[in-house]
Structure formats: structure tokens, C-alpha cells
Design a protein around this ligand. Structure first.
Ligand SMILES: CC(C)(COP(=O)(O)OP(=O)(O)OC[C@H]1O[C@@H](n2cnc3c(N)ncnc32)[C@H](O)[C@@H]1OP(=O)(O)O)[C@@H](O)C(=O)NCCC(=O)NCCS
Length: 168
């Protein structure tokens, strides 16, 4: 795929496409530990946590009006001393993989976070997930440890890996 997509802050009108991209992974994979797909209305409530500045932002990749993927930063843990830490993740439409979309989304998100009071980014990756591990490591995340069999999906237990990135 050529790099003919643009990255921009997500708008509420992107929520149905974001929901559709995510639901594919909810229903068909163990990369997320959600078990049930979301309705766009449910996702709209979730979407309202994001702002166009600050620690909690969401960006989309768009080509010819179609959303190809999204990346966002959220609260890591709610206790106040965790405020300078965010959790980040990225999802790309299954038809747009390996075209640089995930990298571009994260590059844009981290450029935005570099201007904010963010010290650490955490990614929690359900394992195995080779593409996600490779992408996170390439973007400067380091594997700090794993928890075994903490998720149960499709009648199996799954591990998670904790990945951390330092921000300037
Ligand atoms: C992980 C994901 C976001 C990567 O997005 P992408 O747009 O395909 O990634 P990019 O094209 O930017 O690839 C960047 C690098 O990641 C690595 N990578 C991506 N896909 C890979 C794969 N299938 N196998 C191995 N490495 C892979 C490579 O290092 C790649 O660089 P290269 O193409 O120059 O070798 C995408 O596979 C995805 O949406 N997966 C399902 C959802 C998911 O797991 N999200 C993360 C939750 S923690």
C-alpha cells in the first residue's frame, strides 16, 4: 500500500468505523480480551474520554474518506500519582495491514504526547501477537514482564506482556 493516507485526530463521526475495525478483533481473535462486540453507541460513550490535547488523545488514519486504523492513549490506572503514565494501543483494519499505517498512527500519537506531561507509556499485549510485539519494540517499547493465563477466551487461557516506553 502506498502512503496515501493521512493521520488526524479522530472525530465522533469516525466512531462507527472505529467500532467495526475493533469488533473484528473482538469476535475473531485473542489480541483483545473483550469478549462481546460493541455497538457504535457504546463506543461513542467511550470516545468522549479523548481530547485533542492533553494526555488522552485518539488519532485515525484516513484514506479517501475511509478509516484504516486508530491509535489512542488512555488512563493507565486511576490513582492520581499514575497521571503522568498512559496506556496506549493501536488497531489497523485487517485489510490495511503491513502498509505502514500502524507505525504512522503511533508516530503521530507519540509526537502529540511528547508535548504533554507524559513520562511513561504502557502497552499491555495479549500474547502471542507477533505483529504487535514487533511494532511496539520498533517504536521503543521494552518488554518488562508477562503474566501467564490471565485471560480466558475461546476456551483457552492467554498470557499478557507488559511493554513500556519512556517519553522525553
Ligand atoms: C499490530 C498492528 C497494529 C500493526 O499495524 P500495521 O499497520 O500492519 O503495521 P506497520 O505496517 O506499520 O508495520 C510496522 C512494523 O511492525 C512489524 N509488523 C507488522 N506486522 C507484522 C507481522 N505480521 N509480522 C511481523 N512483524 C510485523 C514490522 O516490524 C513492521 O515493519 P516492516 O513492515 O517494515 O517490517 C496490526 O497488525 C493490527 O492491527 N493487529 C491487530 C490489532 C492488534 O493486535 N493491535 C495491538 C493490540 S496490543
Amino acid at each position: 500500500m502506498s502512503q496515501t493516507f493521512q493521520i488526524r485526530p479522530a472525530l465522533e463521526q469516525d466512531v462507527p468505523a472505529i467500532t467495526e475495525i475493533y469488533n473484528h478483533y473482538v469476535v475473531n481473535t485473542a489480541v483483545t480480551f473483550d469478549l462481546d462486540p460493541y455497538t457504535p453507541d457504546q463506543r461513542r460513550m467511550w470516545f468522549r474520554q479523548f481530547k485533542t490535547s492533553g494526555r488522552h488523545q485518539i488519532v485515525v488514519a484516513e484514506r479517501a474518506g475511509a478509516v484504516l486504523g486508530y491509535a489512542y492513549s488512555t488512563v493507565f490506572r486511576s490513582r492520581a500519582a499514575y497521571d503522568s503514565t498512559v496506556e496506549t494501543t493501536v488497531y489497523v483494519d485487517r485489510y490495511a495491514h503491513r502498509g505502514g499505517v500502524g507505525s504512522a498512527l503511533y508516530a503521530d500519537l507519540f509526537a502529540r504526547l511528547a508535548k504533554e506531561d507524559v513520562h511513561r507509556a504502557i502497552a499491555c499485549i495479549g500474547l502471542p501477537n507477533e505483529p504487535s510485539v514487533a511494532l511496539h519494540e520498533r517504536l521503543g517499547f521494552r518488554h518488562l514482564g508477562s503474566l501467564t493465563e490471565v485471560g480466558r477466551k475461546f476456551g483457552k487461557y492467554w498470557d499478557i506482556g507488559w511493554y513500556q516506553k519512556s517519553l522525553p
